[in-house]
Ligand binder design. Structure first.
Ligand code: ADP
Ligand code: MG
Length: 234
């Protein structure tokens, strides 16, 4: 196959064009994202670093369709997020993306398997199928022995592995992670980064993660920096 043909079948994961976002407070407008444009092809591990308050979480929230931009275009695997109906955004959140948080956001009284099955039940999958898929991904993240445990019976690293299992159980195209190792020791952080790397290499998922850790911030296939409301590639 010619190089030209090979290139033409590589899909774009994220395309952001001239995106602006500001917040209003006490009658004053605070610009956060300032005319951001960038493009990421699929199946890459992307890291984003930047000072606190520089707008990293805001950008992730736009990609998660939790918040909307003031202007510009955001396209994720063919889904145009700006101007989309609430119904289409709900389908997008359920099918196209998975989210991992710094503080896990697991249900404390549910077991690992129940936490991971939940997004599938909510999309109408039967309990039996949801639990069988949850078991599969928990095994994939190395937690066969913790399936019946609740979050308070697990370490931080194990909880984050449950969160990753929950984020990938519906086979999303993109996982968005906001400081996923921010609350973990260095050994657990390393395991979590290896898992993200496997998500990309073995499962073909694109991963976009925000980090404060300089080493992690240089370990992606693509490493971005947020500064003064702009994105720079390192
Ligand atoms: P980071 O994740 O890089 O630390 P954030 O995206 O959380 O930064 O925040 C960027 C800026 O936007 C900060 O100044 C923050 O106070 C402000 N901000 C974020 N969310 C809101 C909001 N919902 N309302 C008002 N200001 C906000
Ligand atoms: Mg943040």
């Amino acid at each position: 196959m010619s190089n030209e043909k090979k290139e033409s079948i590589i899909k774009t994961a994220i395309q952001i064009k001239n995106v602006n976002k500001s917040f209003q407070q006490g009658g004053t407008t605070f610009p956060v994202l300032n005319d951001i444009s960038f493009e990421i092809v699929e199946k890459k591990l992307v890291t984003l670093m930047g000072p606190s308050g520089s707008g990293k979480s805001t950008l992730l929230n736009l990609l998660s369709a939790i918040e909307s931009a003031d202007s510009g275009q955001i396209n994720v695997f063919g889904n145009q997020l700006i101007g989309a109906t609430e119904k289409n955004l709900t389908i997008y959140r359920r099918k196209t993306i998975g989210i991992v948080f710094q503080f896990f956001h697991l249900f404390p009284y549910l077991s690992a398997i129940e936490n991971v099955s939940l997004p599938l039940y909510l999309s109408g999958t039967t309990k039996k199928i949801a639990e069988s898929k949850a078991k599969e991904v928990l095994s994939l993240v190395g937690l066969d022995h913790r399936k019946e445990f609740t979050p308070k019976e697990m370490s931080g690293g194990e909880k984050q592995r449950v969160s990753i299992a929950r984020a990938i159980v519906h086979q999303p195209k993109l996982v968005l992670a906001d400081e996923p190792t921010g609350n973990l020791d260095s050994h657990s952080s390393e395991m979590i980064m290896q898992l993200f790397s496997r998500c990309v290499k073995d499962l073909g998922i694109s991963v976009f993660l925000v980090t404060h850790n300089e080493q992690i911030g240089q370990s992606g296939d693509i490493n971005l920096r947020m500064l003064d409301g702009k994105i720079k590639s390192k």
